[in-house]
Design a protein around this ligand. Structure first.
Ligand SMILES: Cc1cc2nc3c(=O)[nH]c(=O)nc-3n(C[C@H](O)[C@H](O)[C@H](O)COP(=O)(O)OP(=O)(O)OC[C@H]3O[C@@H](n4cnc5c(N)ncnc54)[C@H](O)[C@@H]3O)c2cc1C
Length: 386
């Protein structure tokens, strides 16, 4: 019997496989696609923290700032001293998978998991490989199989309560400012989220996220901003932006998108997925050392990942819900407050796309009028879990 089956070879699954195999465990990492990293469903914006975990040179561009467009085409520029990296996501995923393979993980492509059961002392799965239905058994399973996780559906029966729908294209258009991403706010671009244009030389990644349906229709409007752009490829997919109330169970853990461990304000999940995978491997190692695979023992995983990300994701989740309820006129009022030189200075010095709550808290303390504006709007309340 195997030690661990890891479902999915995205960044979270490959990183969990890498760490577990490095610790000496037998790891079977199953990926439904025939190629690691494809199809690409990502813009690829990450901070340097990611490269503390993964050695990768899949760099498409480096940016330093953002041009933020408010309703009425009012624009605000943010400039950071540190660079943010735009990666080639397919190459990046292959780099993480190569780390797992070098460490000894058995990575199998074209292997779609269809059934997962925990029975007695083991986990039993069925998976389709080259048309055949195969079986495998292990002591533990890690669900790293993304937003529509089969492991989650089979063993947890819940799903993240807040999902962003996306639509993104690679467009043959060159942005004049190659050092900044464009961010578009307001109902023209999105319902409750935002749109973006990220420069990578002669190709720009243009897309949007929206709460609920309608991403394709909203994109038609966004596209008018780039009349000369020719579409080279289209992608998109769901981003879960609320983590589950339970991400561990008997003989199983959920990581990354499968658990909804994603930054609610930006929809970024590469860093958070890798961090959760790191902590999942630590918890599994301790479970083997203690020969205890109970839900109670494995709940330490929740403590571990929440100690690094929990407060941030919780805070950002609240801010995201408030932001999602803002009307265009409120966004315009907020623009007037944010564009004052001292606030711009604060954003430039404290802004951090992995941990934005530090900036939000400081800004609200210094400028409580922004908070008043938020609460003039309808706040959509709800639990973090369905
Ligand atoms: C349009 C868009 C833009 C984004 N932009 C960014 C960004 O700029 N920065 C950022 O940090 N994040 C971004 N994200 C989010 C990011 O892509 C995800 O959070 C990240 O990929 C999560 O990694 P993961 O390993 O948890 O899941 P995934 O990357 O989704 O990997 C899951 C893997 O599991 C496989 N799988 C699924 N089901 C099965 C099964 N039954 N059996 C076997 N294998 C299976 C899938 O094929 C996939 O390879 C974006 C997402 C979208 C949709």
């Amino acid at each position: 019997m195997l030690d661990v089956i890891v479902a999915g070879a995205g960044p979270a699954g490959s990183y969990a496989s890498y760490r577990l195999a490095s610790m000496g465990y037998s790891v079977l990492n199953l990926e439904e696609h025939r190629e690691i990293g494809r199809p690409v469903e990502c813009t690829g914006v990450v901070t340097s923290r990611v490269f503390g975990y993964v050695k990768s040179s899949a760099v498409a561009n480096r940016v330093r700032g953002a041009n933020v467009f408010f309703p009425g085409n009012r624009e605000m520029h943010i400039e950071k001293s540190e660079e943010t990296t735009v990666i080639y996501r397919d190459s990046f995923d292959r780099d993480v998978s190569a780390m797992a393979i070098s460490a000894g993980a058995d990575v199998r492509l074209d292997s779609r998991i269809t059934e997962v059961k925990v029975a007695g002392d083991s986990v039993h799965i069925k998976y389709r490989h080259e048309g055949n239905l195969l079986e495998a058994a292990s002591s533990m399973i890690v669900g790293a199989d993304g937003a529509n996780s089969v492991v989650r559906k089979s063993l947890y029966g819940s799903r993240p309560s807040r999902i962003v729908s996306t639509y993104q294209v690679d467009s043959a258009v060159r942005l004049p400012d190659q050092e900044s991403v464009n961010v578009y706010l307001g109902s023209e671009s999105s319902h409750g989220f935002f749109a973006w244009a990220v420069p990578t030389g002669d190709i720009t990644r243009i897309g949007l996220g929206t709460i609920g349906p309608g991403a394709r229709d909203l994109f038609s409007r966004l596209q008018k901003r780039f009349p000369e752009g020719r579409i080279l490829s289209v992608t998109g997919g769901p981003i879960p932006i609320a983590y589950l109330s339970r991400t561990s169970g008997p003989r199983s853990l959920l990581v990354g998108d499968a658990a909804g461990i994603v930054k609610p304000l930006t929809g970024g999940g590469i860093y958070t997925g890798i961090v959760s995978a790191h902590h999942a491997a630590s918890a599994i190692n301790e479970a083997f050392q203690n020969q205890n695979f109970s839900a109670n023992f494995l709940s330490r995983y929740e403590r571990y990942w929440k100690s690094q990300l929990g407060r941030e994701l919780w805070m950002d989740g609240i801010v995201q819900r408030v932001f999602a309820g803002l009307s265009d006129s409120s966004l315009s009022r907020i623009y007037s407050m944010l564009s004052s030189p001292d606030v711009v200075h604060m954003i430039n010095s404290l802004g951090d796309i992995d941990y934005p709550s530090r900036l939000v808290i400081r800004m609200l303390i210094r400028h409580p009028a922004i908070l008043m504006n938020f609460f003039r709007n309808r706040v959509v309340a709800g639990s973090a879990d369905a």
